[in-house]
Design a binder for this molecule. Structure first.
Ligand SMILES: [Zn+2]
Length: 225
């Protein structure tokens, strides 16, 4: 029994934990261009909050990148169209938001292929990918490389998914943590206690302040890896 458990643990370490960890650290440790741009990205949508977010971005003429969950995108094709029409960049955040560290080769392959297919049917050719929680596995990393998809992580999070945070805390975290060239990761879906609502309220305060500081918002396809 003990040997069986040790074997499972070893497989998990070699297949999921170690490749995922190394890849994540490689991205986090890499020095990026300290430019005047910031890259606003949204995960976990589209949702019932996305339309209000799109209207806010339009108000300030800010372009963002949306890492969509394919099954959610399938339910709200009108929002995908709106994102495209308003000049945002659409990328992929898996099929159903499951953790890849706990998925085998077959599940990972199906997740990746089905999600790319759904996005293609919605008129989106996927080039950039962010795994849920940034967690990957050995197969996913190889498959993304083979398909020519670029894996994107983030530099700034504001824990905007937390149920007990406030719009002021999110705004303050965004302003104090962000520097030129950073990728900011926020969420327009999922989260606790209507979290995306607070994210939008925080952005209502943060966007004009970022613009006042002279930052330019760019989309992820303009990011130099
Ligand atoms: Zn996510």
């Amino acid at each position: 029994m003990l040997i069986f458990i040790l074997c499972l643990l070893l497989i998990f370490l070699l297949y999921a934990f170690i490749p995922s960890y190394i890849n994540k650290q490689k991205f986090f440790n890499k020095k990026h261009k300290n430019e005047n741009a910031i890259y606003l990205t949204f995960d976990d949508g589209p949702s019932e909050y996305t339309e209000e977010l799109l209207d806010l971005l339009k108000k300030y003429d800010v372009k963002a990148s949306f890492f969509c969950v394919a099954n959610f995108a399938k339910e709200r094709p009108e929002l995908i169209k709106k994102m495209q029409e308003e000049g945002h960049y659409i990328a992929l955040h898996s099929l159903r938001h499951k953790n890849f560290m706990l998925q085998g080769v077959g599940q990972t392959k199906r997740d990746l292929e089905d999600s790319i297919k759904i996005m293609k049917e919605l008129g989106v050719d996927i080039k950039y990918y962010r795994a849920p929680w940034g967690d990957t596995n050995f197969y996913l990393l190889q498959a993304l490389k083979k398909k020519g998809l670029q894996l994107i992580y983030w530099h700034v999070m504001a824990e905007d998914w937390e149920g007990n945070t406030t719009k002021d805390v999110i705004c303050q975290k965004l302003l104090s943590r962000t520097k030129g060239g950073d990728i900011i990761c926020l969420h327009d879906g999922r989260g606790e206690n209507e979290a995306p609502f607070r994210t939008i309220q925080a952005l209502k305060m943060a966007l004009p302040l970022f613009l006042e500081k002279g930052y330019e918002f760019k989309t992820i396809d303009e990011y130099e890896i």
